[in-house]
Write a protein that binds this ligand. Structure first.
Ligand SMILES: [Zn+2]
Length: 228
């Protein structure tokens, strides 16, 4: 018998795993494909991830969290730090499944004057200090800016970022600021300005549901901004 081609098998395994994760996201209604979607910035796309819907099926969230925890199981971790409340439930599932039984904390993301800012709430300061081993958890990695800021924050406090777990990575590089990113799905989907959109050219009806839904949410988010 010929031995299996290990490298090829590993690639196939990764592809198969990724397909399973994508199917799970589809089941929760978070991942939309084969559509023609209007994005809030006015661009069009054929697929879309509504990351908030990922957590609506708790057993799926637990399963996905366990996959990330397993990937980082060989490293001792003191704290799983969510990039924000958005990734907190997945972060909880990762922390629950990791053999080190790490603690859990979350940062707060803000944009002020066009600049992104991450803050560690004061009550979590005692959790991250000199030598603390931290696993960062993000839902959707696009530019990696939030993660870079969070790495700076942890290192400034004397902690060490062991790695980054993510639900979805849109970037080509599997690292941010020299830290490995392990994501359940790695996929970038192209977005087009309306005048260059191939779906418009094919006269596929435009789905404006996501933008409308977002507009309906505006009053409450404006209110929250005003309080800061
Ligand atoms: Zn279009």
């Amino acid at each position: 018998m010929t031995p299996p081609q290990r490298k090829q098998d590993a690639v196939l395994d990764a592809e198969a795993r990724e397909k399973i994760h994508l199917d799970i996201l589809k089941r929760t209604g978070a991942y939309h494909a084969n559509d023609h979607i209007l994005l809030p910035a006015g661009h069009h796309t054929g697929e879309f991830i509504e990351k908030n819907l990922v957590i609506t099926e708790p057993s799926f969230t637990e399963g996905l969290g366990a996959v990330i925890a397993k990937h980082f199981a060989q490293w001792p971790i003191d704290v799983v730090l969510s990039t924000g409340p958005g990734a907190l439930i997945l972060s909880h599932c990762v922390a629950r499944a990791h053999p080190s039984r790490p603690l859990l904390a979350y940062a707060i993301k803000r944009v002020s004057g066009g600049k992104r800012r991450v803050t560690l709430p004061a009550e979590f300061h005692k959790l991250i200090g000199l030598g603390t081993k931290v696993l960062l958890l993000e839902d959707l990695v696009s530019t990696g800016t939030t993660l870079k800021l969070l790495i700076e924050l942890v290192e400034h406090r004397g902690g060490q970022v062991v790695g980054i777990g993510a639900l979805w990575r849109r970037t080509k590089k599997a690292e941010v600021a020299g830290k490995d990113v392990f994501s359940l799905v790695t996929r970038d989907f192209p977005t087009y300005p309306p005048d260059a959109c191939p779906l418009c050219k094919k006269s596929v009806p435009l789905n404006e549901e996501f933008v409308k839904r977002r507009e309906a949410r505006k009053p409450s988010s404006s209110q929250e901004k005003g309080e800061n």
